[in-house]
Design a protein around this ligand. Structure first.
Ligand code: PLP
Length: 319
């Protein structure tokens, strides 16, 4: 399929067809949604970013006075977005997602695994809660986890990460378990204009073709690097859930983290994760004292493990 950038499609015999104005639906987006929906076992809808997807979902699920129970240590920007909606009456409380959510939660928001602490949620405990359950499975991808099969009502993705996979498309997705939820969210999306454009949708379609190959290889690379990092004298703590390409580890302090970041030659010192190129950054620059000062997040790409390890080793040596 090639990308169709039309914003309008002609009426036939005076009647609108399946596609008529891009804000309501477009063929490239629909094709990408079908491909992602098939992988997750639900009905997928695309949004212009992961954060846009999360915002649309909150607008659909919550009313003023509602409280979202958010996984502690989840992606920093999710909390920032919830707080931005605070003046519309949205409450948020963080909880340890490896246990049961608070009783009074109206929505339970989990992350599998959390970024950058890499904890794995107790999906059974969440499924037993009467609230709607959202699982941000950006870092797991459907290759490792299909939350709808474990009682979640919605799966959220920053498709900017592994699903797109090449650091060249900003995109988000919500996958709904139930058709009536998908219909409501689709309507809200068109009415609020929080829609994804055809080009990133096309890049998602392309990315999905290699998702399994990429994620399998990134997982193999990450497992080996975790083994080696665990034994390195300059590394004080390694976090890894056992699957996926995301690792976080600690060095002594902020100065040591800065030395590692700036000494890299193969791994790019940049933010984001999930692409074919490995990237590493100190998260304290964004999250402050919410994370240890020496915490480094590494997203393992497709380079050879030995090349990555030699790069990490020479950088750690200097720290
Ligand atoms: N969820 C997770 C787990 C993320 O890591 C990110 C971004 O880093 C987001 C959501 C937000 O996605 P986006 O940057 O596409 O808005």
């Amino acid at each position: 399929m090639t990308v169709d950038r039309s914003t309008i499609w002609p009426y036939r015999d005076g009647e609108a067809g399946e596609f008529y104005y891009q804000r309501y639906a477009h063929p490239t987006g629909l094709a990408a949604e079908r491909a992602l929906g098939a992988l997750e076992g639900g009905r997928a809808l695309l949004f212009p970013s992961g954060t846009g997807a999360a915002t649309a979902l909150v607008l659909m699920l919550c009313k003023p006075g509602d409280m979202i129970a958010l996984a502690e240590g989840a992606y920093f920007g999710t909390r920032v977005m919830f707080d931005a909606l605070g003046r519309w009456g949205l409450g948020v409380r963080e909880f340890d997602q490896t246990g049961a959510p608070p009783d009074d939660a109206d929505v339970v928001w989990l992350e599998a695994p959390s970024n950058p602490f890499l904890t794995v949620p107790d999906l059974d405990a969440a499924a037993g809660h009467p609230a709607q359950v959202v699982v941000d499975a950006t870092a797991a991808t459907p290759i490792h986890l299909r939350p709808l099969e474990h009682g979640a009502d919605f799966v959220l993705h920053s498709a900017t990460k592994y699903l797109g996979g090449h650091d060249d498309a900003l995109l988000g997705a919500v996958v709904c378990k139930r058709e009536d939820d998908a219909r409501r969210l689709d309507e809200l999306r068109a009415h609020t204009g929080i829609v994804a454009a055809p080009d990133p949708a096309y890049l998602l379609l392309r990315g999905l073709k290699t998702l399994e190959l990429r994620v399998t290889r990134q997982t193999e690379g990450a497992r080996e690097l975790v083994r080696r990092l665990d034994e390195h004298p300059k590394v004080t703590n390694v976090r890894y859930p056992g699957f996926g390409g995301l690792i976080s580890f600690d060095v002594a302090d902020a100065d040591a983290a800065r030395v590692v970041e700036t000494s890299l030659r193969v791994i790019t010192n940049a933010t984001s994760l999930g692409g074919v190129d490995s990237v590493l950054e100190s998260r304290a620059r964004w999250e402050g004292d919410r994370v240890p000062a020496g915490l480094l997040r590494l997203s393992v790409g497709l380079e050879s493990v030995d090349a990555l390890w030699h790069d990490l080793e020479q950088a750690l040596e200097k720290a």
